[in-house]
Design a protein around this ligand. Structure first.
Ligand code: SF4
Length: 171
């Protein structure tokens, strides 16, 4: 079966920095969950950060690739450096996806870990900028396609493509 790595907060887990979830009511996601296709994962918790925890942003609004290359750090509003936990969570996310055989992921948009098209700009002023989070960047380097929760139809099209490439098998 083609598995899909999914941000745990989209599936109702209360793992966000503020102790809440961002539960998606998307019908496709619900169907894939019933099929046993989803692999829930929270990179920040798996990287060792607590719930709740301070928010964090990538300095300068740099993308996750810059963090992976050591060119940018991730900090809380108080200036605490949480980069190492984010990197550990990203590596564990890639390991989880690889071990499940997942070739796509649906991740929460805007997060410094999970954002795939936009992240916050590092000023804690509520402004976003184009870019990826650290986990999204590492997954894509590992050949796993990442879609935000607002692009589930695109994820479905990619899943259909993968299934067709497997010789038309439904799973
Ligand atoms: Fe959700 Fe990702 Fe943030 Fe975890 S790291 S709370 S899965 S957006």
């Amino acid at each position: 079966m083609e598995r899909i790595l999914v941000s745990a907060c989209l599936l109702g887990s209360r793992v966000r920095y503020d102790g809440g979830a961002k539960t998606s009511d998307d019908e496709l996601l619900a169907r894939w969950r019933e099929e046993g296709r989803l692999v829930p994962f929270c990179p920040e918790v798996q990287g060792g950060l607590p719930v709740p925890r301070p928010p964090a942003e990538i300095e300068g609004g740099a993308g996750g690739a810059a963090v992976l290359e050591g060119a940018a750090r991730i900090r809380t509003p108080a200036g605490d450096d949480v980069t190492d936990a984010f990197l550990l969570g990203a590596r564990r996310a890639l390991a989880a996806a690889t071990s499940a055989g997942a070739r796509l992921a649906i991740l929460k948009e805007g997060s410094p870990s999970c954002g795939s098209l936009r992240i916050y700009d590092g000023t804690f002023g509520g402004r976003t900028t184009p870019g990826q989070g650290v986990t999204a960047a590492l997954l894509e380097r590992g050949g796993i396609r990442v879609f935000g929760e607002d692009r589930i139809p695109d994820a479905a099209a990619y899943l259909a493509h993968l299934l067709t490439a497997r010789g038309g098998r439904r799973w």
